[in-house]
Every structure is written in structure tokens, then in C-alpha cells.
Design a protein around this ligand. Structure first.
Ligand SMILES: *[C@@H]1O[C@H](CO)[C@@H](O)[C@H](O)[C@H]1NC(C)=O
Ligand SMILES: *[C@@H]1O[C@H](CO)[C@@H](O)[C@H](O)[C@H]1NC(C)=O
Ligand SMILES: *[C@@H]1O[C@H](CO)[C@@H](O)[C@H](O)[C@H]1NC(C)=O
Ligand SMILES: *[C@@H]1O[C@H](CO)[C@@H](O)[C@H](O)[C@H]1NC(C)=O
Length: 423
């Protein structure tokens, strides 16, 4: 360790050591060097984040329907374990969003009624109809958020007003009127939304639908103007986050930054599902394979470089990450094993200057931090809490040699009593 660094800083080092290293490399010496004087990156105070999704009970994957009543629209918001789980972070960032967000309208203004929930419809995107968030439900959600001190990132419907073109390409400009009414209502109630995210998985080649980067950038300018207009006095101005999609086409992201222009996009969000489909039998070996896990560093690096070169006013967020897609992997995503993937991701994302990392999901699917039926925390919940309490803003440079199965990440300590980094 660098002595001069350690004289000024107390660091938290997170060690992840997977089983093979204990069995096979017992006699290896491992050297760990923390360069306490070099701050490599900086994360947000509310780096750890969890999502609430829209999936209704009818959402099924592989003959299994793991969403139950975990939707934004039907979750039991009065469950005491739910509020305690959120409160423990004081604060936890919660991102409301997911595949169906671009089919949700807000029951306010001219759309006040009828305001029906999302229902199964084989012809709709992802097999669901359009649905509606009533302002009564929004009030209840905000009561939970305020009682638990949650920091809210809300994903807006970015397909509203567009029409479906060929092969999933959506055309036309975004119609902002319903979102504007919704924001106006939110402001009138004094609900402190920290950030508005725009769209879900519509970037690049899209998942079920996609929108061109030129149009998307122009729509972000419209969203920015609405926010500047509505949050016009001393109200703290919320951030704009987008596009919440896979970083599968760097040029698309570059164009989004260039078209929207300086100061518009505060955070460029992307999604991580690097373990494969939820029913893939290789998920367990992938989680235990350091080379496999390390491959995703390339994406974090490319996101970082894209922002540095084309949008230095912006920052990187992981807006949604569940590891295994299609609702996670049953018997894996909610077990201890999954933390080898999850904690490694938190460390790796931090190293590449990612400000926020949203885990899919707080509850629901097979990857819920809380159990769907009992609301009892799964192992990853405690991993998230441990990270949140231990790892401070400043990410330090660390070198590990001796075993690829040992991962180590170092940050300045979070706890104020010990936090001497800036003295
Ligand atoms: C969801 O909640 C409704 C109403 O409380 C209840 O009737 C239903 O059984 C619940 N469904 C599941 C899957 O828990
Ligand atoms: C949840 O709690 C609120 C406030 O205490 C109460 O008004 C509401 O009726 C409760 N909802 C349910 C479904 O129990
Ligand atoms: C936008 O949507 C609203 C309903 O929310 C509708 O009244 C209005 O005509 C739409 N505007 C355009 C330009 O289509
Ligand atoms: C702020 O915005 C509201 C809603 O659009 C508007 O009624 C009000 O006049 C604006 N205030 C100022 C000082 O611009």
C-alpha cells in the first residue's frame, strides 16, 4: 500500500473470493496494492438503486409467472417489510420503469378517465395492452417514497404520440402533452422526483420497438424545455436521464448526445443483462468464471469514453441490471451465488465512473431483492446494503495479483466519522 495515501485515507476494500480459489489456489500468495492517493472515479451518494417494474401478474417466462403482485400498479405499498427494506438505506434510489413503461399513460388532464391497468393482449408490445397510472395510485406511491426517504427516478413513456413503422421502428415526434400534465400534477403535490428518465430500451436496435437517435435527441430538447418551464422557480430541477437501453450501437449514443446538445442529457443510462437468458443452464458457470465477468468491462469503458468525447456534461448510469434477462434465473438470481456477479458489477461499474447502478428489481421476477410473497430480503439485498453503507464516493485505484478468482475494489469509506478523504 502506498504509505502516503494511507496516512490520509481510510479505505473500504470489498473482497470477493469465489470457491475455486479456496479449493485450488490455497497456497498462492496474493498481493493487493491500493493506491490511496489516486481517486480513479467518483460515484453518486445514491449509487445503489433498485427498480420497480410495471409487469402485471400475467407476465410469464418459461412456463413460470414470477411477477405476482410486484407491479407498480398492484404492489402492496403498506407492507411493513417493504418500507423497512427501503428505509434501511436512507436513502435508496428507486427507478420506476421497465419494458411496459412506453405503454403507460397517466390518468390526468384529458386522460383522467378511463384509467385502466395493463392487461394481456397478444397484439400489443410485449404481449400487453396500453395501461394507465391513476393519480390516486401515484399519490400512494409517493406516500411510500416520502415515508421511506426514497430518491425517485421515474421512466416516462417515450413512445406516446409516435406511430409504428416497419420492423419495430417507430416514427414521428413524441407527444409530450400527457407527460407534461403528469409533471404538473407531480409538482403541484410537491412530490420530489429526482430525475425523469425518457424511454426504455428504444435505443440502437431496440428490444420490441426502436426510435432513431436524431428524433430521440430532438425529443430530449423538448423534455428539457418542459422541465425548465415547469420547474421555474426555486424548485430543485430534476435531472434528465436517457435512453435506458442496451449499449449495442455506440454511434446511436454519440448521435443522441450530439443532437440533444450540451447540458440537456444529465445521465446516459444503459442496461446490463450480461449473463444470458433466464433459462440458460450456463448462468451458474458464468457467474463463477472471472474471465466471463470481466468481459463486460469493455462496455463500461466504451460508455465512459463516449461520454468523455461526445458529452462531457453527462454521466453514466446503469438504469437497469438484472444479470439474466427474461425475469432472471429461477433458483440462481435470488440466491447467494448471484452476489458474485452483482457485487463484482457494482465494483466494476464504479471503476468506470458510473454514477448510479439500478438493480432489477427491488421486488418481482426471479431477481427481486425481496421475496415476492413474503417480502423477506434475499441475499443480494444484503449485498446491496453492505455496499451502500461501506463504499464511499471516491473510487481508489487497486491492483490485485496472484489469483483471478479474487476480486477487490477499494473506495474511501462512506461513514462520515471515518471519512477523511477530503480533509
Ligand atoms: C394479488 O392481489 C390480489 C388482490 O389483493 C389477490 O387477489 C391476488 O391473489 C394476488 N395475486 C398474487 C399472485 O399474489
Ligand atoms: C395503506 O395505508 C394508507 C395510509 O395508512 C391507508 O389509507 C390505506 O387504506 C392502506 N391501504 C391498504 C390497501 O391497506
Ligand atoms: C397529443 O396528445 C393529446 C392527448 O394527450 C392530444 O389531445 C393532442 O391532440 C396530441 N397532439 C398531437 C400533436 O397529436
Ligand atoms: C412557473 O410555471 C407555472 C406552470 O407552468 C406558471 O403558472 C408560472 O407562472 C410560472 N412562474 C414563473 C415565475 O415563471
Amino acid at each position: 500500500m502506498s504509505a502516503e495515501g494511507m496516512a490520509f485515507k481510510l479505505v473500504s476494500v470489498l473482497f470477493l473470493c469465489s470457491l475455486p480459489s479456496i479449493l485450488c489456489e490455497k497456497n498462492n500468495d496474493v498481493t493487493i496494492i491500493v493506491k490511496g492517493s489516486t481517486v480513479e472515479a467518483e460515484i453518486d451518494d445514491s449509487f445503489v438503486c433498485a427498480t420497480l417494474d410495471w409487469w402485471p401478474p400475467e407476465k410469464c417466462n418459461y412456463d413460470q409467472c414470477p411477477w405476482g403482485n410486484a407491479s407498480v400498479l398492484n404492489l402492496d405499498l403498506n407492507h411493513s417489510y417493504l418500507s423497512k427494506a427501503i428505509q434501511a438505506f436512507s436513502p435508496l434510489r428507486i427507478r420506476v420503469g421497465g419494458s411496459l413503461e412506453d405503454q403507460v399513460v397517466y390518468g390526468v388532464g384529458s386522460l383522467e378517465s378511463p384509467c385502466d391497468p395493463l392487461t394481456y393482449n397478444s397484439g400489443g408490445l410485449f404481449g400487453f395492452s396500453k395501461g394507465c397510472l391513476s393519480m390516486e395510485r401515484w399519490d400512494q406511491l409517493n406516500r411510500l417514497f416520502q415515508n421511506t426517504g426514497a430518491i425517485v427516478t421515474f421512466g416516462l413513456n417515450a413512445l406516446y404520440g409516435r406511430h409504428q413503422g416497419r420492423k419495430g421502428a417507430w416514427q414521428g415526434a413524441w407527444n409530450s402533452s400527457n407527460a407534461r400534465d403528469f409533471m404538473e400534477y407531480t409538482i403541484s403535490k410537491g412530490y420530489p422526483v429526482d430525475s425523469w428518465e425518457f424511454g426504455n430500451e428504444l435505443s440502437g436496435s431496440g428490444v420490441s420497438a426502436r426510435v432513431g437517435a436524431q428524433q430521440y435527441g430532438e425529443d430530449l430538447i423538448v423534455l428539457k424545455a418542459i422541465i425548465d418551464d415547469l420547474y421555474n422557480k426555486s424548485r430543485p430541477k430534476p435531472l434528465i436521464v436517457a435512453p435506458g437501453g442496451f449499449f449495442d450501437n455506440q454511434q446511436w449514443f454519440v448521435q443522441l448526445l450530439e443532437v440533444s446538445g450540451a447540458g440537456v442529457l444529465d445521465a446516459m443510462s444503459h442496461h446490463v443483462y450480461n449473463l444470458g437468458a433466464g433459462n440458460d443452464p450456463r448462468i451458474i458457470t458464468r457467474i463463477m468464471d472471472p474471465n466471463y465477468l470481466s468481459r463486460f468491462a469493455d462496455t463500461f469503458r466504451n460508455v465512459k469514453l463516449t461520454i468523455q468525447r461526445h458529452g462531457p456534461w453527462s454521466s453514466a448510469w446503469v438504469g437497469e441490471s438484472g444479470g439474466a434477462y427474461n425475469s432472471g434465473s429461477r433458483l440462481v438470481s435470488n440466491t447467494f451465488l448471484n452476489s458474485f456477479w452483482y457485487l463484482d458489477q457494482l465494483g466494476m461499474a464504479s471503476k468506470y465512473n458510473t454514477k448510479v447502478y439500478c438493480r432489477q428489481a427491488l421486488i418481482g421476477g426471479n431477481y427481486g431483492l425481496l421475496d415476492l410473497e413474503t417480502f423477506i430480503p434475499n441475499p443480494d439485498y444484503y449485498s446491496a446494503l453492505l455496499w451502500h453503507r461501506l463504499m464511499g464516493k471516491d473510487v481508489l485505484s487497486i491492483d490485485v495479483s496472484g489469483s483471478s478468482f479474487l476480486r477487490a475494489y477499494a473506495h474511501c469509506s462512506k461513514h462520515k466519522v471515518f471519512r477523511l478523504c477530503h480533509s
